[in-house]
Design a protein around this ligand. Structure first.
Ligand code: SIN
Length: 282
């Protein structure tokens, strides 16, 4: 195995590994590299759904696919494999999130114990577009001026569960556009990563987010200020997908987004999400 850092603010590629046949020692090394680089790319993999589940389970128990605009779209017989796709078969969407942009978010942060990690495996990709970007949330926290770090210390953020990152209403959920009263889960705004011990800003989706206990206008103003530190290209890395790519990311210290692509092209991705714990406050 060879580790090749991307040179960006996060992420590394690991070459020379077949994820179907790793040893415990290989796994320990991958885990260490993942904690250090936050996002890992493995190219040219040949994984069945069972292989994807087996590699994912090395990191812990798996969550089921989330409920999206199309309901819970998962691989038949594998409710833990979430299908991200724009493909329609016999008039039915095989996956979720369509072909539009998916905005910055961290996975399933609207539940009390959001997944600590996710991995996305590319089966079919469009010739252009559909790139996925990752953002280093340690670096975002570290870039805050000292007075802003003091202001956010101890605050709690409600992460909205109404709309997904594609802007779609989750199936079966009422459309509520009031951040104070929308459904979601509350987490510390600044969290300590249990393995690295580093602090990260835990933002989740911007839409309907609310800093609990503050008047709405104050919450909005503070969130706008915080997002201005997050929306910085120099803290990101993007993957231009090839079939057979597997990307593993840490939901505790990164966010991700996806570029739109031509809705006439096919994109099929299978994702697993590894169960996490309540986010520890810094
Ligand atoms: C996701 O948010 O997990 C999906 C990202 C993508 O489609 O690239």
């Amino acid at each position: 195995m060879k580790l090749i850092p991307t040179g960006a603010a996060l992420a590394a590629e690991i070459t020379g590994v077949d994820l179907r046949a790793i040893t415990d020692a290989d796994f320990d090394r991958i885990h260490r590299d993942w904690i250090h680089h936050l996002v890992l790319l493995f190219r040219d993999q040949h994984l069945t759904d069972e292989d994807l589940i087996a590699f994912s389970r090395r990191f812990g128990a798996l969550d089921w696919a989330p409920v999206q605009e199309t309901g819970r779209r998962f691989v038949e017989g594998h409710p833990e494999i979430y299908v991200v796709s724009n493909v329609i078969e016999n008039g039915v969407a095989i996956g979720s999130l369509g072909a539009g942009e998916a905005v910055w978010h961290t996975d399933m942060s609207y539940i009390p114990d959001p997944p600590k990690a996710s991995m996305l495996y590319a089966l079919e990709v469009p010739p252009a577009g559909g790139d996925t970007g990752f953002l280093n949330m340690y670096a975002v926290y570290e870039s805050l001026p000292p007075d802003l770090k003091r202001r956010v210390q101890g605050l709690q953020l409600k992460h909205d569960g109404t709309y997904n990152s594609g802007g779609y209403l989750r199936l079966g959920v009422d459309a509520v556009d009031d951040p104070v009263n929308s459904a979601g889960a509350v987490h510390p705004l600044v969290c300590t990563h249990p393995q690295s011990g580093r602090r990260a800003l835990y933002l989740g989706r911007r839409r309907n987010a609310y800093i609990t206990g503050l008047p709405l206008a104050e919450s909005e103003a503070l969130l706008e200020e915080l997002w201005s530190y997050a929306n910085r290209d120099e803290l990101t890395w993007y993957n231009r997908w090839r079939p057979g790519d597997l990307v593993l990311w840490d939901n505790r210290c990164t966010m991700h987004r996806r570029d739109a692509f031509d809705s006439g092209a096919r994109r099929i991705m299978h994702r697993t999400q590894i169960k996490g714990e309540a986010r520890p406050a810094a």
